[in-house]
Design a protein around this ligand. Structure first.
Ligand code: HEM
Length: 435
């Protein structure tokens, strides 16, 4: 994936006309179209067939989609019966994956924690978490604010911007580049490579090669010249050159798309709903609460690809066979109203409850929750501080979504604000040392 480990845009098979879930052999062709446009009815429709449904990924590749909250939890937590070691997946073993399969990068094993299990996983993940814990919180906040201000400065005078391409996409990559210690003169090339990779398409493979080149050179540099940054700390934790570079690649790919989606969808909620803005101004709500609502209802990572059954198993009434691939759906689980509470309880859940599956669960649960939360909160709060009258430019225009079954990012989010008011605001913030 060009964004999260779980994510790469897929050329999706459109759902068939008539019954949206019909297919000649009973399996559902898994398309992003309805999934991203109207997730609630998409998953409700699927759940009529049970919490575990036979699907076809692109290229008619068979898999199980797990959308029930309890079933997702079981799969994610039982790493013995449902392994993350995708080399055990039967289809590639039998040479049945189509040539050039667009989801191949998600299943191609690498030497990083995502594809590791057991003690090897604990070692690689431990080194990463120890390194993350060394990031000073004050330095982190200052970095996010500086990057955010640079981006906002570039469009504030225009009174309008596309928050996705001009803010939510560049912000996480630029912050991560600083935290990993890339030299300032390389940040732009790195950022460009990440953005091209994120966009998918024909140039993505070259961009990926460029990204690997930059990472390799930087890890090598830090072997000679250690500094106070994540690459140095990973090496100090005893990771080899290959393990370090593949961990850096994973973290950048894991972090950028998912954080972009979270930032964009939180901004969308602010920009779309006057009530939310009023509640924020009056202190009735805070940005972290809005962010949590987004984790429930617009989860950044929609599907996790995936897990492989290591033995035949009865999963909530569905028999899955050894070697089958399971795609776990945080989006489906979070919208499992039967389990999570009906509409009347929904807002309470969203605001105060963190039992959603947006971070995954079990041994591979996202290890960077603190960093990602700080990044998105810092970015959204900065935007809101500087442009507190931000609203959708055309509220009647329905949101279009990028075609991915993995992350759910609006294609565009055109917003407007009063540029004069923003200037005055900046002048007010300046004497406070805030501009
Ligand atoms: C700076 C931002 C981020 C970084 C560096 C990051 C990094 C990672 C890494 C390294 C893993 C693999 C963990 C392992 O295998 O032990 C992972 C897993 C995961 N992350 Fe993140 N992540 C970030 C942001 C996010 C965000 C914003 C979300 C969604 C809210 C998210 C959702 C997940 C999920 C669902 C998994 C589990 C994958 C699985 O079970 O196979 N991540 N993340």
């Amino acid at each position: 994936m060009t964004f999260h480990p779980e994510q790469r845009p897929s050329a999706s098979v459109p759902l068939q006309a008539g019954c949206p879930f019909s297919h000649s052999n009973g399996a559902v062709p898994l398309s992003s179209t309805q999934m991203v446009d109207d997730p609630d009815s998409f998953y409700a429709g699927l759940r009529e067939h049970g919490p575990v449904v036979a699907v076809h990924l692109d290229g008619d590749v068979p898999a199980w989609l797990v959308t029930g909250y309890d079933a997702c939890n079981q799969v994610l937590r039982d790493g013995l019966l449902f392994t993350r070691d995708l080399s055990q997946w039967r289809i590639p073993k039998e040479g049945r994956l189509p040539e050039g399969w667009p989801l191949a990068p998600h299943v191609h094993p690498m030497r990083n924690m995502l594809f590791a299990h057991g003690e090897e996983h604990v070692r690689l993940r431990g080194a990463f978490k120890t390194s993350l814990a060394k990031i000073g919180q004050r330095r982190l906040r200052a970095t996010i604010t500086r990057v955010a201000d640079g981006l906002i400065d570039s469009f504030v005078g225009d009174g309008q911007a596309d928050i996705v391409s001009q803010y939510a996409i560049p912000l996480p990559g630029a912050v991560l580049a600083v935290l990993f210690g890339f030299p300032a003169q390389e940040c732009e090339r790195l950022q460009q490579a990440i953005l091209t990779l994120l966009a998918g398409g024909e140039e993505a493979l070259d961009a990926n090669a460029a990204l690997h080149g930059l990472i390799n050179a930087h890890v090598d540099r830090r072997r000679q010249e250690p500094r106070a940054d994540l690459v140095t700390w990973l090496l100090e934790e005893g990771l080899s050159f290959d393990e370090t570079r593949e961990t850096v690649w994973l973290a950048i790919n894991a972090g950028v798309g998912s954080s972009t989606a979270w930032t964009a969808n939180t901004c969308a909620l602010l920009a779309r709903t006057e009530d939310t803005r009023i509640d924020l101004r009056s202190g009735l709500r805070h940005i972290p609460g809005v962010m949590r609502e987004v984790l429930w209802d617009h989860t950044p990572v929609q599907q996790v690809i995936g897990r492989v059954a290591t033995a035949d198993a009865d999963l909530y009434g569905t028999i899955v066979r050894r070697g089958d691939l399971l795609v776990v759906s945080p989006a489906g689980a979070n919208l499992d109203h039967a389990r999570i509470g009906g509409d009347s309880h929904r807002s309470t859940y969203a605001e105060d409850n963190s039992s959603h599956l947006s971070w995954g669960n079990g041994a591979h649960e996202c290890p960077a929750q603190g960093l990602a939360s700080a990044l998105v909160q810092g970015g959204v709060e900065r935007l809101w501080t500087r442009l507190d009258d931000l609203h959708l430019t055309d509220p009647d225009q329905p949101t279009r979504w990028n075609p991915s079954i993995i992350v759910r990012i609006p294609a565009r989010l055109p917003v407007s604000w009063d540029a004069r008011r923003a200037r005055t605001r900046a002048e007010t913030l300046a004497p406070l040392g805030d501009r």
